[in-house]
Design a protein around this ligand. Structure first.
Ligand SMILES: [Zn+2]
Length: 437
């Protein structure tokens, strides 16, 4: 190729984040690069000690002997938070609904869905819930998710990504701190707000009067509260969002799953108009996106086509970091790059001049490194090897060589590697969804 052509090509290609590792002999870890802080983006340093951030910004001093990760052509984000999921279902492939529905009761009762769900029941019956959850966690981790909502109560949950409702998630919260309710709102439990700070509940998942009527039930049960996070709210209009805004409630949005099931999604433009904080969640693999970046792109398409761009560039980062941390009442621990919070970090290749646009353009290969509680659990093969994690599982994601540390010694079945988990699932069900399609 002629030099000029080569230069033109190079200019059009996205820059890939380089993570150079300089091993140290001390306890600290330092990440040098472009930090995505709550108020602004800034070139600086992130200093980690154990599982915590001790300094984040341009003025941080590097402790002597620290291991240093130098990031070029990339952004250093807080770990992403998937505000709503059904993690154990993510071993299932896509479900193509035979038609669009009006509310969630309709498809849940359908013969098509019942047939689709059979492998889930079989996998569970064969005692593979640990494998199912960990597979879902691995699927989340490769897109930079460090905390996920929607895992079943289980002793398996410790060591990979944080499971929001689970007290074993490495956060000093009780099992009642975050509560989730997935059944009909009419059966919702009474919440003791002294012990529960976040209550996540499916409300108005659908587009008809039955779905909308769930809002009245939520209020009648005294559950329209600052600690309440409504999952979906698809049937809501201006008045419902006005009341949510006045009550200080939060919204969790899963556009792709809504569109696949109902042909329509939540009026997030109205939610924003009334000051309701919005978080993004993938819902689940069967009708949701394959990964967080795809879900962000679906959200952006809806934003342009239906919301007149009401969601601004800076909102995208908040929807997968600080907003879900607040909706889950875990913002004392996660959701920002700030001293005192957990060292949950994602390093992503830069594809655009802002972190928000870069997120919308991101592919799975762009996830250069993911740390949960200061532990490097996933990343580019070279960086992982240089950081002493060459023993983790090799895999190819979106054409790029990566490593993922699936082993979690403290949990039941924690010795399993990614291939063991996949093999155990495939033995029962040949249709297991790929980790990275
Ligand atoms: Zn759900």
């Amino acid at each position: 190729m002629k030099r000029l052509e080569w230069l033109l090509c190079a200019a059009l290609l996205p820059a890939y984040a380089g993570v150079t590792v300089t091993p140290g002999d001390g306890e600290n870890l330092v990440i040098r690069g472009r930090l995505v802080l709550a108020e602004q983006e800034s070139d600086g340093r992130l200093v980690l000690a154990g599982d915590r951030i001790v300094c984040a910004g341009a003025d941080c001093v590097e402790p002597a002997g620290a291991t240093v990760l130098t990031v070029s052509e990339g952004y250093v984000f807080p770990g992403f938070i998937d505000a709503h999921n059904h993690v154990a279902y993510n071993a299932l492939p896509k479900w193509t609904p035979p038609k669009l529905y009006q509310n969630r009761g309709q498809w849940q009762r359908s013969a098509s869905y019942k047939a689709f769900k059979r492998p889930y029941d079989q996998l569970k019956k064969r005692g593979l819930i640990c494998e199912m959850v960990k597979y879902g966690e691995a699927k989340a981790l490769i897109s930079g998710v460090t905390t996920i909502q929607g895992s079943p109560a289980s002793r398996c949950l410790q060591g990979l990504v944080r499971n929001a409702e689970n007290p074993q998630s490495g956060l000093l919260v009780s099992s009642a701190h975050v509560r989730t309710f997935i059944l009909d709102v009419g059966g919702a439990p009474k919440i003791d707000w002294n012990e529960t700070s976040a209550f996540l509940i499916h409300v108005a998942e659908g587009v008809d009067a039955d779905a909308l009527a769930e809002f009245a039930t939520l209020k009648a049960k005294g559950l329209l509260s600052p600690g309440t996070a409504v999952i979906h709210g698809t049937a809501f209009g201006d008045e419902e969002f006005r009341q949510m805004g006045a009550a200080g409630s939060k919204l969790i949005w899963s556009p792709q799953s809504n569109l696949a099931l109902y042909g329509r999604t939540t009026r997030v433009d109205l939610a924003l108009r009334h000051g309701v904080p919005v978080s993004l969640g993938l819902d689940w693999n069967p009708t949701g996106s394959d990964n967080l970046f795809d879900e962000l792109r679906v959200a952006e398409r809806v934003n342009q086509q239906q919301f007149q761009g009401a969601i601004l560039d800076r909102d995208w980062v908040a929807m997968i970091t600080s907003h879900p941390a607040q909706a889950l009442a875990l913002d004392d621990y996660i959701g920002e790059l700030r001293a005192g919070l957990k060292a949950d970090v994602v390093i992503l290749s830069s594809r655009a001049a802002t972190s928000g646009q870069s997120l919308l353009d991101a592919r799975l290969r762009d996830v250069a490194a993911v740390l949960v509680g200061g532990q490097l659990l996933y990343g580019d093969n070279d960086a992982m090897a240089a950081a002493g994690r060459a023993d983790c599982d090799a895999l190819t994601v979106d054409g790029a060589p990566k490593r993922l540390c699936a082993q979690t010694p403290k949990t039941p079945k924690g010795e399993q590697r990614l291939d063991d988990i996949r093999a155990a699932l495939l033995k029962v069900y040949a249709g297991v969804a790929p980790l990275a399609p």
